[in-house]
Design a protein around this ligand. Sequence first.
Ligand code: PMP
Length: 282
Amino acid sequence: MYNISYVDGIYQNYENSKVNINDRGYHFGDSVYEVVLFNEGIFYDFEGHLNRLFDSLNSINIKFSFSKQSLKIIIKNLIKINRVSFGSVYIQVSRGIAERNHSYKDMNIKPLLSIIITKKQNNLSDEAIGVKAITLNDNRWARPDIKTTQLLPNVLAKTKANNKGAFEGIFIDSEGYVTEGSSSNIWIINNDNEIITRAIDGKILSGITRKSIAKFADLNDLIVKEKKFRKEELYKSKEVFLSSASSFVTPIIEIDNVKINNGEVGEISVELRKLYFKNFTK
Ligand code: PMP
């Protein structure tokens, strides 16, 4: 069984886990979140995700009283109670519950923390399996660098991709450059084996997996460059892959019906996925 969640101080079954109709996350998307994967006692990039949660809270001025340490205790409790050995932890903090009003000025509200454990069905092994993607215009708000629950364009993009038999939708900005995936960062590898991803320029989320991959690649003498690249470069790249907490390093072998690397998983993507797992093994 893994159906116990934590909502506003209470551990209980999903059926009883309810959030108030006046929660600002529900009304306005006035909330932030994180996803962390775990497997057999290993948390992937736990510190990075918790740090970013606090950064997101600060960015939108939510005054949260929990410490990182207390969050860790709740998460470990939940995993134990649910008796689950692998899966993902979803952490959400909304500004709180208050009568509906756009402005939160002088509102005396307590942030609402909820944590859910789900049993991941994704590929949790170091074996890289290739996926398909489509591209679409980036029509998100101007602050995709903050990890808020305002994800409607991402939801529509992912669904469009899935409807076309693809795993991910890749956003393209108004100048024709790749920003990121609907729930991932995007990388290309060129003919000189340079591993390229867009810089943290305010137009993408600063992926925690992205940061670790760059570090592990660097430590293994692989060349990582941060720069913008165009949609056309995606199609011509030697390899393309995406990164995220739930997909780690996942090769993209076809984009908009164009095969990448003849539709085969590329060597460097395979190596990077292995490196990522290796660095989190006890
Ligand atoms: N960009 C977006 C829009 C995302 O939703 C995610 C996944 N949270 C990422 C990038 C990857 O970030 P991370 O590696 O921290 O999961």
